[in-house]
Design a protein around this ligand. Sequence first.
Ligand code: FE
Length: 207
Amino acid sequence: MPNTKSKKANGGQTKSRASNGSGKAKTSNSKSSATTDQRDTKLAKFFEDSLKDIYWAEKHLTKALPEMQEAATTQELKDAIEKHTQQTEEHVSRLEQVFEILGKKAQAKKCDGMEGLVKEGESVVEETDEGSMTRDAGIIVSAQKVEHYEIAAYGSLVQLATTMGEDEIAEILNETLQEEKETDELLTEIAETNINWEAELEGEGSD
Ligand code: FE
């Protein structure tokens, strides 16, 4: 636990030891990073916790997405999920890069939000027929909920990083944010051009 709070009126310039122990200035040389003081605030701690959360979420997805891919009906959706699995692996390593810049060990903290979203996706698979377009329509809905969660998470992290003067980190996280947005758009496109219509034609669902 970091500091034994002595409330400061000036918003965080408490000045104590460097939070990463070594007092070593940044590892990057081109882009600007926060000062050691900026890395020792409550906001910085919150930021780090949020990183651990999304780190867990991304790692969880690297396992969940291949199952979704397997369960999907159309090749088009399978391909989209496969592509995003590869991106997700990249998202994991970008987060590791961010931890490294901060001089912290990459640590995952269970993300209840993502756990719940993945569970929802699994029940969609359970509740729909194998080989049906309704299943694909449902998988797309679940996948988009996941993307929206990630877009919210990364969008906030980019803003926080910028606020804290962590420009290099903001840039790295923004790359991921853009990929999440592209995936979301691609899923919309797949659903709208094809799958939802065909699912609609599957008719009545008695089981
Ligand atoms: Fe991701």
